[in-house]
Every structure is written in C-alpha cells, then in structure tokens.
Design a protein around this ligand. Structure first.
Ligand SMILES: Nc1ncnc2c1ncn2[C@@H]1O[C@H](COP(=O)(O)OP(=O)(O)OP(=O)(O)O)[C@@H](O)[C@H]1O
Length: 262
C-alpha cells in the first residue's frame, strides 16, 4: 500500500468505512468492571496494536469483538455486521472471516503441519475432508501447501506439528489463518511464548503477510519495539479505558513507556 493512502486510512480520511466499530463496549466479571466503555474504529488494511499493563483488559476486549466473551454492554460492528445480533449459524459464518492467532497456537499436535493448515478451510467445507490432508481435495491441499510456503514451511508440510519448534508451530498457526482467507486478523500476543528472536520473526511475518494481502490486523503486544515497528496505529488501554489512540508515526517511545513499565 502506498504511504499517502496508508496515512489517509490511519487518520480516518480515506473513503473506506471502518471494518471494526466499537462503541460503549463494557464488560464486567461478577460485578467487577474490566472494560468501562471502549469507543474505537479500525479502518480496512490498518495494523493496530492494543497495548496496556497486565490485567488492563486487552484480551477481554479482543474476545468481546467475536463474542468469545459476551459483552455486558455496548455495540460491536465488524465487517458490516452487528455482532451481538448474530444467531449461532451467522456467528459461525462471521467468525470464519476473522482469523485469530493466539499466544498458544491451538494446533493438533499429532497431525501434520499440512493437515493443521487444511483445517483452516472448515468455514468453506465441513467433515473429514476438512480435517485430514490425505482426504482433502487436491485444490485444498495445494492451497494449504501454498499457505505453508508463505510462512517458509513447505518443506515441513508432512511433519507432525509436535516435532516442530515453538516458532515454527506459530508459523503453522499463521498459515492456517491464511487458509481461512480472512478479512481481518486478531492476534493475542502471538510472540509471547517464544524466545525474543522467534517472537520477532513471527511478528515480522504476520505483519508482512497482512500488509501483502491488505488485511486488517489488530494485535496485542507486550513489546514496545514490536508495537512501534509493526503497527500503524496504537490504542493504549488503562483500567478498562482507552487512554491513548494515536498514529504510530506520531508516537515516540517516551509516550509509550508507561504502558510497558507498569
Ligand atoms: N473469564 C473471566 N472470569 C473472571 N475474570 C476474568 C475473566 N477473564 C479475565 N478476567 C479478569 O479481567 C481482567 C482483565 O483480563 P485480561 O486477560 O483481559 O487482561 P490483559 O490486559 O489481556 O492482561 P495480560 O496482559 O496479563 O494478558 C483481569 O483482572 C482478569 O483476571
């Protein structure tokens, strides 16, 4: 994407409407408020970092977007849908457009990398043909192999996932997300359980692929250098409220430090 267009999107002056629009989002657990009314919108193609101290509500906010956690109040519109109003089947269809990369990857350890990536097709295809690469149609296997190639793991396609390194496993998880052909990718500290070098490689890969494909990326980060390097925009959460919302280009390390020091 060219720089002026990216900047226009970041500042909200581009034509495209938001892919995520959140207003008054609140969540309490057993009467304890965790999110106290979040308002933000994310435009298509923008990489947004969600930052904040431990317990500030980052994961809860991410999960509320796709109703893995049910919000207590507020409105979430995503990909043109009012998420709270979706019935079970529409919610499944909606979630299939949202790729999620977790801190722990949720792969099936005893299956091959390729079978795990084939699973990403489940939104389009049900049953055993979406479960085992050997039963999947050739076109699906080819697409899964291409996704593995994009994360640099084509040569490991038939290797069991539990024989791969942590960084390689996270790359398989990213390939599975690509297989979903998502419109938006949410990532909850995808680098957190990796050593610094593998963590950086994973973040670089994820952000590069999102850019190449024009995907909207919303990621939680605990590393200031990743926040500055891989985001276009930064949302800072404190005590369940957004207290900072800035384009990354106009943010300096001093402004960010308090979110990482607490
Ligand atoms: N299912 C739950 N039931 C009760 N309390 C919860 C639940 N999930 C989260 N919380 C609480 O909500 C608060 C925010 O948690 P959350 O995981 O969203 O924070 P976070 O900013 O992602 O933290 P971290 O950086 O440590 O991952 C915490 O106090 C946590 O204990």
């Amino acid at each position: 994407m060219n720089a002026p267009l990216r900047q226009a999107i970041v500042t909200g002056s581009a034509q495209a409407g938001p892919v995520v629009s959140v207003s008054g989002l609140a969540k309490d657990f057993n009467g304890n408020p965790v999110l106290r009314g979040l308002d933000f919108a994310v435009a298509a193609g923008v990489a947004t970092a969600l930052i904040g101290a431990n317990g500030s509500g980052k994961s809860t906010a991410l999960k509320c977007l796709i109703r893995l956690v049910e919000p207590s109040a507020g409105r979430v519109e995503m990909l043109g849908q009012h998420v709270a109003g979706l019935g079970a089947r529409d919610l499944r269809r909606f979630r299939s457009q949202v790729g999620v990369v977790w801190q722990k990857h949720n792969l099936v350890p005893r299956l091959s990398a390729l079978s795990n990536v084939v699973h990403g097709v489940q939104a389009r295809m049900a049953g055993p043909r979406a479960w085992f690469q050997s039963l999947a149609p050739e076109t699906v296997r080819e697409e899964a192999l291409a996704c593995l190639a994009r994360v640099g793991l084509e040569a490991k396609a038939l290797q069991r996932v539990d024989s791969l390194s942590g960084g390689q496993q996270q790359r398989v998880a990213i390939a599975r997300v690509l297989m979903q052909r998502p419109a938006i990718v949410l990532a909850d500290e995808p680098d957190a359980s990796l050593d610094p070098q593998s963590g950086e490689e994973v973040m670089r890969l994820l952000s590069g692929l999102a850019r190449q494909d024009g995907l909207t990326l919303l990621f939680i980060s605990h590393r200031m250098e990743h926040t500055l390097e891989f985001s276009d925009r930064i949302l800072g959460l404190q005590g369940g409220r957004i207290v900072m919302d800035r384009a990354t280009a106009s943010t300096d390390a001093a402004q960010l430090r308090r979110f990482f020091e607490e």
